[in-house]
Design a protein around this ligand. Structure first.
Ligand SMILES: Cc1cc2nc3c(=O)[nH]c(=O)nc-3n(C[C@H](O)[C@H](O)[C@H](O)COP(=O)(O)OP(=O)(O)OC[C@H]3O[C@@H](n4cnc5c(N)ncnc54)[C@H](O)[C@@H]3O)c2cc1C
Length: 364
């Protein structure tokens, strides 16, 4: 069987996989994006509530991240500035210290309708049949004409495959035949999954009452359970919310909610005791983010390793998750940069002889 040279399978429909799929589809290639979950977006996940959306994964973008800003502008995705005005708090054993101003937050951009407005807008540029949900890829096999990609419900042949999933997940959950070269396999197994061991806790309130006290909503805590807190309200404070990160998760959600509220009352006063809702998003339990049973690695020096810029399996297998980017790895910006590097490799291959490796275009 001959595989059409323009047939590409993309594994994963997070920011990276969607960017690859949209870019290659726009260039006229025959692209199929296989997504394990029943939703797109990956680590971009928002829930809609009255008056707006709350982000349970990525929230911000920062100055200098031109790819994500250009993408949002091209797609017509509305953005606004993160609320930073007011005093920040330092929560330590001797008490709560109110800092002059807010030395903790840096200026950042947010997505008005939640971070998922970016991934939804991106997906809307892709012909619907090109994204297949609930289709975890289980194996990738080389054959003389290309690569065979298996899911529980079927197999797809492709000239090129793009792994737009965290490398550690690819190395531990996808059966590669033959196996990946040893160095690459070891690298992928040890590359951390950015924010993969984090729980994000979002607490929604009827209004942003902390702003009336001159507080930014930002805090750093030595006591926990939330180690770092920020204002997560939408534009003009609606919907009103605070969020924090913790790695200190117990299986007992009720107990965690009580501990979080007690911390919020300590920091922001009695009004913090009456939220509309508390949402816990434990990314460490997401089988399609962090590989089960794998000790989370923290060797971030492996992010953007040069081996990820070298297509393997005779130049047919490409890497595109944020962890593989040499610029802004871990960020949405890094996911877009890695995706554009992979698409560049595939398009260059169609139009001429293969290069040995590719790096992200523009080093910042
Ligand atoms: C709590 C949290 C807060 C964050 N905050 C920010 C922030 O403020 N700003 C920022 O820039 N970044 C932030 N990030 C990071 C940002 O979310 C990621 O950089 C980005 O979303 C990664 O995109 P990706 O496409 O590389 O990977 P992912 O989003 O992980 O996408 C991978 C996709 O592949 C799918 N998949 C996995 N295995 C398979 C399989 N076998 N077959 C098929 N599909 C598969 C997954 O379901 C997923 O949809 C945050 C992340 C978290 C978790």
């Amino acid at each position: 069987m001959t595989i059409p040279a323009r047939r590409v399978v993309v594994v994963g429909a997070g920011v990276a996989g969607l960017t690859v799929t949209a870019t290659l589809a726009a260039a006229g290639l025959d692209v199929l994006c296989l997504e394990a979950r029943d939703r797109i977006g990956g680590r971009v996940l928002s829930v809609d509530v009255a008056g707006g959306s709350l982000d349970l994964g990525a929230t911000w973008f920062w100055a200098g991240e031109r790819r994500v800003q250009n993408l949002a502008a091209e797609l017509g995705v509305q953005t606004f500035e993160q609320h930073c005005a007011g005093a920040a708090l330092f929560d330590h054993p001797a008490g709560v210290l109110r800092l002059d101003d807010n030395p903790i937050d840096v200026a950042a951009g947010r997505y008005t309708a939640g971070a998922h407005s970016l991934t939804r807008a991106l997906a809307s540029t892709i012909p619907a049949p090109s994204i297949q949900r609930s289709s975890p890829v289980t194996s990738i096999t080389t054959d003389p004409t290309g690569l065979l990609v298996d899911t529980a419900t079927g197999a797809s042949h492709a000239a090129h495959v793009v792994l737009a999933i965290p490398p550690a997940l690819a190395a531990t959950t996808i059966d590669m035949r033959p196996g990946l070269p040893n160095r690459l396999l070891r690298l992928a197994q040890s590359t951390p999954v950015w924010m993969g061991a984090i729980t994000k806790i979002v607490v929604q309130y009827p209004d942003a009452f902390w702003r009336r006290q001159g507080l930014a909503g930002t805090a750093v805590s030595l006591l926990g359970p939330l180690r770092e807190l920020h204002d997560m309200s939408g534009p003009h404070g609606n919907p009103a919310a605070l969020f924090g990160f913790t790695t200190d998760m117990t299986p007992d959600t009720v107990n965690m909610n009580t501990r979080v509220l007690s911390q919020l009352v300590r920091l922001y006063g009695p009004e913090a005791a009456d939220p509309i809702r508390i949402i816990l998003q434990d990314w460490s339990r997401e089988a399609f983010t962090l590989p089960a049973g794998v000790e989370p690695s923290t060797n971030y020096a492996l992010f953007g390793h040069s081996l990820y810029a070298t297509p393997t399996f005779d130049g047919r297998l490409h890497w595109a998750a944020t962890e593989t980017s040499s610029v802004h790895p871990g960020r949405v910006e890094g996911a877009i940069a890695a995706a554009l590097r992979a698409t560049q490799a595939i398009l260059a291959n169609l139009n001429g002889p293969r290069q040995k490796d590719y790096t992200e275009v523009g080093r910042h």
